[in-house]
Design a binder for this molecule. Structure first.
Ligand SMILES: Cc1cc2nc3c(=O)[nH]c(=O)nc-3n(C[C@H](O)[C@H](O)[C@H](O)COP(=O)(O)OP(=O)(O)OC[C@H]3O[C@@H](n4cnc5c(N)ncnc54)[C@H](O)[C@@H]3O)c2cc1C
Length: 382
């Protein structure tokens, strides 16, 4: 085990792993990843695998176009199949106001080269005939969005980064951090001296930041999800309802994987954010059956929960604070960190190896919250 490293990454979720891999690819391997539990024990091992470029801001559309291209190349580059299935994302609007949002987004997305189409409810029924859409106003559909199998994505980054020389230390929580000549990280198994730190601890990142006297504005919100018994494959796209946060897709094994925003499930501790609740099943069941009546007899096999690491404007916090230029932040990814990890890891590796200034680090710094310069993304949903 190393006692010194140029860079310590705190957190072995998808962000820490993607940064570690992209650094190693650039031959920057004097890196230790410290993970308090097993790799991807946080939000990354609990997510639905949705990958979409349908966003409301040009920055996020472009980022996700790049991220989806990286996903498409993942198997070729990392020799691991992430089972990317581009069956599209079908967003459903329940009323005229939501339809106007979809129209506005689709116009922007088309300008940027996406194939997003606005659909009437009968056209949406051609994409998914099983939906009951009488109470809906319309839909937006981008056929190039899709779903990945989250676990192979995580294993791919971890395995290749480790082969290239990054040290992974799991079941080793960081307990405290002292600032001086670089940083001294104390863990349950010893100490590590590092010149620089990336705080990629997701919903735990405010706790890590507090160890160096820094307050972060992101906070955990519990998000629950379930998977059903397997059904014969029938569903291509991820279906998502604007406003309620209901979404569902079908896994390669045929399971329906579905989540929803539960009213009243607001901020909580990160520990509570990982507890499943009966209230979720009571909420998601009727919503799902009313949209897709054929689910009425389908049995739920498993349900779980995890933290959405939320910020006020729906965008993440990246880069180093002005007062602490060697302490980098990579957190606040809400319900979309998985899909953004390829591009964020790549851009971060460029920043950490002295590459040119990237606009992301100017647009999403910590200081924007104190300055009131928020960069709102209003399509930051499951
Ligand atoms: C139910 C659910 C469904 C989701 N669905 C999607 C989706 O379809 N598409 C999508 O793009 N995103 C989705 N997300 C969001 C996505 O999973 C997250 O944005 C992403 O995984 C965040 O990754 P992360 O690496 O920042 O955080 P995490 O994966 O939470 O990783 C942080 C890690 O830090 C570790 N840690 C904490 N404290 C310490 C310490 N003291 N020392 C060392 N390590 C520590 C934790 O153990 C954890 O492993 C979903 C999230 C949830 C909960």
């Amino acid at each position: 085990m190393k006692t010194t490293a140029e860079l310590a990454i705190v957190g072995g979720g998808i962000m820490g792993l993607s940064i570690a891999y992209h650094l190693a690819k650039k031959k920057h391997t004097d890196v230790v990843v410290l993970e308090s539990s097993y790799v991807a024990s946080g939000a990354s091992g609990r997510n639905g695998g949705g990958v979409r470029a349908q966003w409301s801001s040009a920055r996020n559309v472009r980022l996700m176009q790049e991220s989806i291209a990286l996903c498409r190349n993942f198997a070729r580059e990392l020799k691991v199949n992430i089972w990317l299935r581009q069956g599209g994302y079908l967003f459903l609007a329940r009323n005229q106001a939501d339809l106007v949002r979809l129209e506005k987004n689709a116009a922007l997305q088309n300008q940027l080269g996406l194939k997003t189409r606005l659909l009437s409810t009968s056209e949406a029924n051609q994409v998914v005939p099983e939906l009951r859409l009488d109470a809906y106003a319309g839909a937006a559909y981008n056929p190039d969005d899709g779903i990945v199998f989250p676990w192979s994505f995580l294993w791919g980054y971890a395995a290749r980064a480790s082969e290239l020389g990054v040290e992974f230390r799991t079941h080793e929580p960081v307990l405290s951090i002292e600032r001086g000549d670089g940083y001294l990280l104390r863990t349950t198994k010893g100490t590590l001296r590092a010149k620089r730190i990336v705080n990629a601890a997701g919903a735990w990142s405010p706790r890590i930041a507090r160890m160096v006297g820094l307050e972060l504005p992101n906070h955990p919100v519990r998000h629950e999800i379930f998977s059903s018994e397997p059904l014969k494959p029938f569903l291509q796209p991820m279906v998502s309802v604007i406003g309620t946060g209901l979404y569902f897709s079908q896994s390669m094994r045929g399971e329906i994987v579905s989540g929803i925003t539960v009213p009243g499930h607001a901020s909580c501790t990160v520990e509570d954010s990982m507890k499943s609740s009966l209230a979720f099943l009571e909420h998601v069941g009727p919503a799902l059956v009313s949209l897709c009546p054929r689910f009425a007899d389908v049995k739920v096999l498993r349900a779980w929960a995890g933290p959405y690491d939320e910020t006020e404007d729906g965008n993440p916090i990246v880069g180093a604070p002005e007062a602490m230029p060697d302490f980098f932040l990579c957190c606040g990814f809400s319900g979309h960190g998985f899909m953004m990890a390829p591009v964020i890891g790549k851009r971060y590796a460029e920043l950490l190896t002295g590459g040119g200034r990237d606009e992301l680090f100017d647009k999403w710094p910590l200081e924007r919250f104190a300055r009131g310069q928020l960069d709102r993304e209003d399509f930051s949903i499951g």
